[in-house]
Design a protein around this ligand. Structure first.
Ligand SMILES: Cc1ncc(C[n+]2csc(CCOP(=O)(O)OP(=O)(O)O)c2C)c(N)n1
Ligand SMILES: [Mg+2]
Length: 323
């Protein structure tokens, strides 16, 4: 694995720290009952989000899940619009009516987040088909979990993507749990990447807490997709140190498992590997960014249900609109 230059490492550290600071701050605001809707945090999984998105161009697409804050921030999503959405303000990315599980940012190549487990796999495959059909050159990435890999749409999408050589990269974040159920209670195959053989595409399992390793395997998969050689299944083994949702007491997690993975924290590991990185500065910059976004959200108007019809149905008209 080639060593990354200082600027790139700094950018990757800043992105991981921004995700961590964003989520810890939203966690606190949620506990104070200041946010609307539900929160699924990805604390501990930041290296996967950043390693994957560092291999992408702005014009490439991602489709994410109910646990998508990290992916969107890593892809360059607008943090003001994200926080405003969580506060249910009309400046939010879905005008405040979508919430955490429906964030979107087309300018940054974020097609959508999605609460239907497995849906991101089909949507990204469709985006890759569109890219191939129009010749746009874009690559689509589907983020999904170990639980989603047991949904039927996983099979259908991977089969078709391989058959049609679609420019898509399937990123399975194997964080060992689907809600409160261990992965081993759902499948006898512990390495999900092995399933790639059944579809005729390459599959690779990587340490999802090692941002360098995630970047390297994603770069190969993205090049392959861009050159017209088809999809890759990448399984990132990782761990969410937060609960499935906020309020989850996490009694199903053995203490030794939590301790083992906490010792493998992706940010601390990265800084330990490259001591020239400035973690304090990254934290200060991220805090300023997130506090600025919170201020922006608080100063914005609350979302209104008056817009629901035209935001939902293509043939609905906005009140007062001329067309
Ligand atoms: C089709 C569908 N079935 C069930 C649910 C309820 N549900 C929400 S998250 C989740 C677990 C998903 O696990 P995984 O795919 O491993 O993702 P993770 O939460 O670990 O990131 C389930 C079952 C859902 N949202 N959609
Ligand atoms: Mg999971």
């Amino acid at each position: 694995m080639a060593e990354l230059d200082f600027d790139r490492r700094t950018r990757m550290l800043n992105a991981m720290v921004l995700i961590r600071v964003f989520e810890e701050r939203m966690q606190a605001l949620f506990a104070e009952n200041q946010l609307a809707g539900f929160l699924h945090l990805s604390i501990g999984q930041e290296a996967t989000a950043v390693g994957v998105c560092e291999a992408l161009e702005t014009t490439d697409y991602i489709v994410t899940t109910h646990r998508g804050h990290g992916h969107i921030i890593a892809k360059g999503g607008n943090v003001d619009a994200m926080v405003a959405e969580l506060f249910a303000r009309e400046t939010g990315s879905c005008r405040g009516v979508g919430g955490s599980m429906h964030l979107t940012d087309p300018e940054a190549g974020v097609l959508c987040a999605n609460a239907i487990v497995g849906a991101s796999i089909g949507l990204a495959t469709g985006a890759a088909f569109s890219s191939q059909f129009t010749g746009s050159g874009g690559v689509a990435v589907a983020f999904f979990g170990d639980g989603a890999a047991n949904q039927g749409i996983f099979h259908e999408s991977l089969n078709l993507a391989a058959l049609w050589s679609l420019p898509v990269v399937f990123i399975c974040e194997n964080n060992m749990y689907a809600e409160m159920s261990r992965q081993s209670s759902q499948s006898l195959v512990s390495d999900i990447a092995l399933r790639s053989i059944a579809y005729g595409m390459p599959g690779v399992t990587v340490d999802g807490n090692d941002v360098d390793a995630v970047l390297a395997v994603t770069q190969s998969a993205v090049s392959r997709a861009r050159e017209g050689d088809g999809p890759t299944l990448i399984e990132c083994k990782t761990y969410r140190t937060s609960g499935h949702f906020e309020g989850d007491q996490q009694t199903y997690k053995p203490a030794v498992e939590v301790a083992t993975w906490s010792a493998r924290d992706p940010i601390a590991s990265f800084v330990a590997r490259y001591p020239d990185l400035d973690l304090a500065r990254a934290n200060a910059v991220a805090s300023r960014r997130v506090e600025g976004a919170i201020e922006f959200a608080r100063e914005s108007q609350p979302a209104t249900t008056a817009d629901l019809a035209w935001l939902t149905y293509a043939d609905a008209r906005r009140e007062g609109a001329s067309t």
